[in-house]
Design a protein around this ligand. Structure first.
Ligand SMILES: Cc1cc2nc3c(=O)[nH]c(=O)nc-3n(C[C@H](O)[C@H](O)[C@H](O)COP(=O)(O)O)c2cc1C
Length: 191
């Protein structure tokens, strides 16, 4: 699968089939996350793969999202912010969420390439999930990902997002791209 295709095809899935994914595809996706850019090259994340049905059900309960319990695997992304905030005392707290997002996007695209589906879960009771999985209180649970094969029927095609309201050239508001201009042209008309 081409990168552009994976980026544009990826969709959150909240219905999974009972077919169990190959765990190696999940390990590969986690490994791909390690290639993301990190401030100072410092990787601050850890990953917990959960395949125990009872634990998955508990996770679903503490996220108040029952569809999670249908997943064959849940991957919990945990961060150790100190790895970044110690060497970068001023900027570390800004770097952490940025590099977490970069790593997670790599992870999501790798799952997409393997034909697997997931949904980014941010709504959770972090304390209860931490206790359920015995994650040390020194770590932050960033997000979790129920993983499986999609059983979702999407009625609508994914909308192509409009770039015209988010893009400026050189100066804020100065040169706005017009709808008549093509994305593949290098600069806006009159620029
Ligand atoms: C930080 C973050 C937290 C999210 N938390 C949840 C969540 O708790 N439950 C859920 O169903 N979707 C959650 N989502 C998924 C978004 O709803 C979804 O990505 C968005 O609607 C766009 O749809 P798409 O992923 O299909 O492009 C979250 C996404 C992000 C980035």
């Amino acid at each position: 699968m081409k990168l552009q295709e994976a980026i544009k095809k990826r969709k959150s899935v909240r219905k999974f089939s009972s077919k169990k994914p190959d765990w190696r595809d999940i390990i590969e996706a986690i490994h791909t996350a390690q290639y993301a850019p990190m401030a100072g090259g410092l990787f601050h994340l850890k990953f917990v793969i959960v395949d125990n049905k009872q634990l998955i059900e508990e996770i679903a309960k503490w996220c108040e999202q029952s569809f999670i319990s249908e997943a064959q695997y849940v991957v919990v992304v945990v961060s150790d912010p100190g790895i970044v905030t110690t060497p970068f005392p001023k900027m570390g707290e800004y770097f952490c969420p940025q590099q977490t997002g970069a790593a997670i996007q790599n992870f999501l695209l790798s799952l997409e390439e393997s034909g697997l589906s997931t949904c980014w879960i941010g709504h959770m009771n972090e304390e209860k999930i931490g206790k359920t999985l015995k994650i040390s209180e020194d770590y932050t649970i960033e997000a979790l990902f129920p993983i499986g094969y999609s059983n979702e029927i999407f009625k609508k095609k994914k909308q192509d997002p409009d770039i015209y309201n988010i893009l400026y050239f050189n100066k804020w508001e100065k040169y706005r791209m017009k709808k008549t201009e093509k994305i593949d042209s290098r600069a806006p008309e009159g620029y």
